[in-house]
Ligand binder design. Structure first.
Ligand code: CLF
Ligand code: SF4
Length: 522
């Protein structure tokens, strides 16, 4: 057995520490219904749960994992290493030329690495980006269809960078055979992509699987896949390994069915459910792209996520990142760490300076939470049915600190008298290209945030300001470099006051588009 260790000191011992499946399920269930009473003042739990919303041993595992904690994703980074090229199933939204679409957007190709190259890359990134706390293996194929490469990589990193959490994402077919190994290697976080629990639905998503040296097709293939996925999930829960379920929302195929999937995975102890939009365009060369299968609109996605939220924790900040992504979710620094550049780097791993940096990040995070709490007091007791969305341009740290023209995505918050709740993000093309604003791009940006009443930015030029106003979106630059949630609550309070005084009238916004042609780097 490898001598491995991670920050939580959990892992192989975690099953024993966590107790029986019933006890684990109870712990996961206990924090449900936290509502606004949670210590972080969250309007819901979900991946937005704060320190006082979760049992301490679970908080310890998620607090600086950017995918398992929405709060953490503003401050901590993850990286992927693309060591797993093979796959054992075929999904209709995947083109094998590109990365596994279960965690990546179609059209993105990662540079494949050996475990040794991957280990050096992790050290290089860890010393350059000290807030990088999680290493994930998410492709470009299925990590558990490449067990030797995947586990060798984890083994090397556990030895050289023991404070980094290890994370893996799989389609689940091989999972039951690998759970004990995952536990042995202290893998604390496992994602399974589960798009169906009904093989008839599955047959429309998966043309074939390869299992026990045999190819299966149609309903038979999907029956095996769903049985193996759910069995693997139960085994993870029994061992106290936190699991996240990714589901791709495919309108007309599994959109209604995902409510059933949500119940099934919750009842088996899944910690988090991440419903992602299908991204599908003919140029991706996928079956769905070529037959014109559409992805959901922003409102359709949000409605499904909202309807599942009563059942369990929902993740809404996933960026469907690439198999060699590096950095905060939503930014991509992978170009700084190509194999060529890493080969030329002198890498030193300094655990103490990483810890010191992360202590500073933690203070910054506490300041964000405290500012929000303070602002929440100002609308405590206010009564209004008004809910509205705003878009925020940010580079991280929980602040409004990005220029409108430099934003490659906007974070979306829902404002109500319960506070400001993160509900998603919209990827856009940069409006400002080489110092000039692009009018065509502005139209696509407006379509992407068309369901929002306002857009918060650090700075914005006169021209886009006027176009946004004409589209009914209020461009707000008065909160530059201030905390997002605090600013959003202050804005909402002022908005309610204006509605109450008759100065403005509240109107509902329309739907927005999720970008489909995602042939970009981040
Ligand atoms: Fe990577 Fe996935 Fe681990 Fe995160 S990603 S293996 S859980 S460290 Fe995160 Fe990226 Fe979404 Fe995945 S944003 S695609 S959910
Ligand atoms: Fe593609 Fe991932 Fe599906 Fe395999 S599991 S076919 S790599 S999307």
């Amino acid at each position: 057995m490898q001598t491995v260790h991670n920050e939580t000191g959990a892992g192989a011992a975690s099953a024993a520490a966590a107790g029986t499946m019933d006890e684990i399920m109870q712990k996961v269930a206990e924090h449900k219904g936290c509502g606004t009473s949670g210590g972080s003042g969250k309007a819901s739990c979900g991946s937005g749960a704060g320190e006082n919303d979760l049992p301490p041993e679970i908080w310890e595992k998620v607090k600086n994992h950017p995918c398992y904690s929405e709060e953490a994703h503003h401050h901590y980074a993850r990286m992927h290493v693309a060591v797993a090229p093979a796959c054992n199933i075929q999904c209709n939204y995947c083109n094998r030329k590109y990365d596994c679409a279960n965690e990546s957007r179609p059209g993105v190709v990662s540079e494949k690495l050996t475990p040794e190259q991957a280990a050096k890359k992790v050290l290089a990134v860890a010393s350059t980006i000290p807030q990088m706390t999680v290493l994930g293996i998410a492709g470009p194929g299925d990590p558990l269809a490449n067990p030797e490469k995947t586990f060798k990589t984890f083994e090397l990193i556990a030895k050289t960078a023991p404070d980094i959490k290890l994370c893996v994402s799989t389609n689940g077919l091989a999972l039951p055979d690998m759970v004990d190994r995952l536990s042995q290697y202290n893998i604390d976080h496992v994602t399974i992509t589960i798009n169906m629990i009904d093989p008839e639905v599955g047959a429309k998503i998966y043309p074939w699987i390869y299992y026990n040296k045999k190819r299966y097709t149609g309903v038979e293939a999907s029956k095996i896949l769903t049985d193996r996925q759910l069995q693997g999930l139960e085994m993870l829960t029994e061992r106290g390994i936190l699991s996240k379920i990714n589901s791709v929302m495919i309108p007309g195929i599994n959109d209604q069915h995902l409510v059933e999937v949500n119940k099934a995975v919750k009842s088996r102890g899944a910690f988090l459910h991440n419903i992602m939009p299908l991204i599908s365009a003919p140029e991706h060369g996928t079956v769905f792209g070529l037959i014109g299968q559409r992805g959901p609109t922003a409102q359709e996605l949000k409605a499904l996520q909202d309807s599942c939220e009563g059942e369990m924790n929902m993740m809404r900040h996933c960026r469907q990142c690439r198999a060699d992504a590096v950095g905060l979710l939503g930014e991509d620094r992978s170009a700084e760490f190509t194999t060529e550049k890493i080969e030329a780097m002198e890498v030193t791993y300094d655990l103490e300076s990483r810890k010191a940096y992360q202590a500073a990040v933690e203070s910054e995070r506490q300041a964000v939470v405290a500012a929000k709490q303070e602002e929440l007091q100002t609308i405590a007791g206010a009564h209004s049915d008004i809910k509205m969305l705003i878009a925020v341009a940010t580079k991280g740290s929980g602040k409004v600190n990005e220029h409108f023209g430099h934003a490659s995505e906007f974070q979306i918050y829902e404002l109500s008298t319960a506070g400001a709740k993160f509900v998603g993000h919209r990827r856009v093309d940069l409006y400002c290209q080489g110092g000039y604003g692009e009018e065509d791009t502005l139209a696509t940006v407006i379509r992407a945030i068309n369901d929002c009443h306002a857009v918060f930015v650090a700075k914005i030029g006169g021209c886009p300001k006027n176009d946004l106003k004409a589209a009914g979106i209020d461009p707000v630059d008065q909160y530059a470099n201030q905390f997002i949630e605090q600013s959003a609550i202050a804005y909402f309070k002022a908005y309610l006051d204006k509605v109450a005084s008759g100065e403005i009238q509240h109107v509902e916004r329309g739907d927005a588009a999720i970008r489909q042609g995602a042939l970009i780097a981040a």
